[in-house]
Write a protein that binds this ligand. Structure first.
Ligand code: MRU
Length: 350
């Protein structure tokens, strides 16, 4: 199952509707790049690699939608689409990375709009296929850190729903399971949008992997009582110094793991590492609607008073000192991160 895929029969983009899960598995089709930007903003599709590839196909759609006959006006249309897609969500760097890759296709081959339309679709498809390959390479490296019998805490959703087909941190868990290792996953429910309960638990059901959902604030208890061997999560952006920006709650989890001597492993493709950002503090943190916090209902009743206020940062920064190693498709990167991240990226480019 691909979370993000081009439908070659009707030239539309197909996305698994993540709002409908876990109750219903369905796809939505998109023929307009503006609708694609809205789907990213509203989190019909979410997860750093998935939104990157979605934006790339959004650019391919924009190319099809453009009526431009000459290259200059085609470029104008594409820059407008790039701006809208890039701004759909601010934190995950994969979004701007993918959009830049698509713009690079245009600048590399000054050609007619018609040939560029085909080239952009090819490039988006390549990005999607590359994402699956990269995830599997990371998963093999990451699985080498997992021992049979391990209990792992996992935060947010990092599975195939957050990528194209395999996943990042959950991809490591899948790989370890496929290798025959017994693994138990404590799934952080991941307030406020509950990606853990709704999406990660649903995926683990599909793969037949043993798990239990825990409230986010139970993680400290499990870590302190020595019931956890590893903590795994993905990332939306990693700074050049190894600071990791990921779903809100990751920082508290990493703090508790570090205090209890449990290793902390972010699993990230190199496309999530932003060498242009020196520290985590320089990464923009998306502030989402308070409704995501306040709209929670229990037994059909809202939990908060009618006029309650809320604050809802979607991501936080885990300083690199709390990170044991970063798993990438180029291998496992250990501290000192600043030097070793740069080496891994340079080596991968060769
Ligand atoms: O707000 P979301 O659901 O897009 O956030 C997703 C995450 O934080 C994931 O953990 C992250 O993208 C990890 S990489 C698959």
């Amino acid at each position: 199952m691909r979370t993000v895929e081009w439908d070659y029969t009707n030239h539309k983009l197909r996305l698994i509707d993540q709002h409908a899960l876990p109750g219903e598995f369905s796809y939505l089709s998109f023929g307009d790049y503006r609708e694609v930007a809205r789907a990213i903003r509203n989190m019909v599709v979410r997860g750093a690699p998935a939104i990157g590839v979605t934006a790339a196909f959004g650019m391919a759609l924009a190319a099809r939608q453009s009526r431009a006959r000459d290259t200059a006006s085609f470029l104008q249309d594409m820059n407008r689409a790039a701006e809208e897609l890039r701004n759909a969500r601010p934190t995950a760097v994969n979004l701007s990375w993918a959009v830049e890759r698509m713009l690079g296709v245009i600048s590399r081959q000054p050609a007619t709009p018609e040939s560029l339309r085909a080239a952009l679709l090819d490039a988006a498809q390549q990005l999607a296929d590359e994402d699956v390959r990269t995830n599997q390479e990371m998963a093999l490296f990451g699985a080498s850190l997992i021992e049979s019998g391990d209990t792992v805490i996992h935060h947010c959703n990092t599975g195939s729903l957050a990528a194209v087909e395999w996943g990042t941190a959950l991809g490591v868990i899948r790989m370890a399971h496929q290798q025959g290792k017994a693994i138990h996953v404590l799934v952080d429910e991941t307030r406020p949008r509950l990606q853990g309960s709704r999406l990660t638990a649903w995926e683990l059901e599909q793969y037949g992997i043993d798990y239990a959902i825990i409230t986010d604030n139970a993680a400290g208890y499990f870590l302190q009582s020595r019931q956890v061997h590893k903590v795994l999560f993905g990332a939306d952006r990693v700074a050049a110094n190894g600071d990791v920006v990921n779903k809100i709650g990751t920082y508290m989890l990493a703090l508790a793991a570090h205090a209890n001597h449990v290793p902390v492993y972010p699993v990230v493709p190199l496309s999530t590492i932003d060498l242009g950002t020196q520290n985590g503090e320089d990464i923009p943190i998306e502030q989402r609607s308070p409704d995501e916090v306040l709209d929670l209902m229990v037994n059909g009743m809202p939990v908060a008073p009618a006029d309650a206020r809320a604050r809802n940062p979607a991501f936080d920064i885990t300083p690199h000192r709390l990170v044991s190693a970063i798993v990438t498709e180029a291998g496992i990167i250990y501290p000192p991160f600043k030097r070793n991240i740069r080496r891994a990226i340079e080596h991968n480019l060769k």
